[in-house]
Design a protein around this ligand. Structure first.
Ligand code: FDA
Length: 395
């Protein structure tokens, strides 16, 4: 039998949360090992933000996260802020810029963020064991993890294996399996920040694949003013990805195609240009192909030929166009997972399991999911930092 290697903490998962946690604990003098079945750490970081990693958002606030307990993320987000992460980025000399809506990206490459986290881990003497499957996780007198013939033991185990979004990047539901095994509940995981699919009877819209427009999209009480994009399968683009996190099967989403239009704009257009068609009027504000489809669906031609009531109804429909998606493109295309390890079993201060001393869960594995735009990495950093600062304190 292989010799058992002893540590103060075993971190499962070398993603953003796991690396941040390991570096923080290591730099506090804890002996830490990070295990991952993938041979490459931080794979999602590398491909994130189109290869430039949208590493945080200046507008980070708890109300930009979904969770069964909306208060849970407050403590960690409040104690490790975007400014803290930015200070780290700047200490490592990584050039960055704000793109839009508070979203911060690397000027160069997302690989710089991975290199920074690995440097921080090295500064804390963190050991890594990557590229072999984890075959066993036991709890007795502390935790014992077997990975490809090597056995690691520690009084603390950090579950940082993320959610099941994008399996081809090594994502699995392992965190949920472990959580259940150790008595933690799991809030039903769903794909989020994911394109929505439209049924066959919406073929007119699916024919618009590639057309994008600035809209306000709504699902339930959530609404987002960003671009929507038509795809061969349905709807995507930032506005749709954002509402997908709130969308539930069987519900419609609403899309305002003309968010800047003044009340009564279509009646005013009729008075000003009675001979113009709806298609022409819409074409002044929207991509031509979209204008054609919307006018066809509303069955309105020349404005003068339409009753005022019909035009008022058309304007209302354009301000709240109802799409009834028949699904999402699933975990294969989802940027994140809504749901996960239930926060009720965790300390919001330390991410430690309440009932099992030494067990922690951080990052996307936990039922905390951010909006699009750097919020999910900020949660990974903040929750990793909270756990890394607590390991070995009995927290
Ligand atoms: P993460 O998934 O990063 O890491 C988990 C680690 O655990 C992985 O290394 C994995 O290999 C390992 N693992 C999984 N199962 C295992 C098992 N059974 N055994 C051993 N190891 C296992 N967010 C953001 O804020 N800004 C952005 O720009 C983007 N962009 C983006 C693009 C794309 C395409 C995706 C898919 C996602 C994003 N995100 C994002 C979301 C962001 O990537 C995500 O929220 C974080 O990476 C979550 O970090 P974690 O460390 O929790 O999990």
């Amino acid at each position: 039998m292989a010799a058992i290697q002893l540590f103060d903490a075993i971190v499962l998962g070398a993603g953003g949360a796991g690396l941040m946690c390991a570096a923080t604990a290591g730099q506090r003098g804890r002996r830490v090992v990070v295990l991952d079945h993938s041979p490459e750490p931080g794979r999602k970081i590398v491909i994130s933000g189109g290869g430039r990693c949208n590493f945080t958002n200046l507008h980070t606030a708890p109300d930009r996260y979904l969770s069964a307990n909306p208060h849970f993320a407050k403590s960690a987000l409040g104690r490790y802020t975007p400014a803290d992460f930015l200070a780290l980025v700047e200490r490592h000399g990584i050039a960055w810029h704000e793109k839009t809506l508070g979203q911060l990206f690397c000027d160069g490459s997302a690989r710089q963020i991975v290199a920074m986290l690995l440097d921080e881990c090295a500064a804390g003497g963190v050991m890594q064991s990557l590229g072999a499957p984890i075959t066993d996780v036991e709890h007795g007198d502390g935790f014992r993890v077997t990975q490809g013939g090597r056995v690691f033991a520690a009084p603390a185990l950090v579950v940082a294996t993320g959610g099941p979004s994008i399996p081809k990047l090594g994502a699995t539901g392992f965190a949920y399996e472990l959580a259940r095994r150790f008595g933690l509940k799991v809030v039903e995981p769903r794909p989020a920040l994911v394109p929505l699919t439209l049924p066959g009877d919406e073929a007119l819209f699916r024919d618009l694949a590639g057309v994008a427009a600035p809209v306000v999209a709504r699902a339930g009480k959530a609404s987002f003013a960003e671009a929507a994009l038509f795809t061969h399968r349905g709807l995507s683009g930032p506005a749709i990805l954002q509402v997908s996190s709130y969308w539930r099967h069987g519900e419609a989403i609403g899309v305002d195609f003309l968010p800047d239009a003044a009340p009564g704009w279509l009646l005013a257009a009729k008075r000003a240009r009675p001979r113009a068609s709806l298609r022409t009027v819409l074409g002044g504000a929207l991509p031509e192909r979209l204008a054609v489809v919307l006018a066809e669906r509303l069955a309105i031609g020349e404005l003068a030929g339409a009753k005022d009531a019909a035009l008022t109804a058309a304007a209302q429909a354009l301000a709240d166009w109802r799409f009834l998606p028949n699904g999402t493109e699933g975990f294969a295309k989802a940027e994140v997972t809504v749901g996960g390890i239930a926060t009720a079993g965790l300390s919001s201060q330390t991410m430690a399991a309440r009932h099992l001393p030494g067990l922690y869960a951080i990052g996307e594995a936990v039922d905390v999911t951010g909006w699009l735009g750097g919020y999910n990495f900020q949660w990974a950093w903040a929750s990793g930092w909270a756990a890394g600062g607590a390991i070995g304190r009995g927290g």
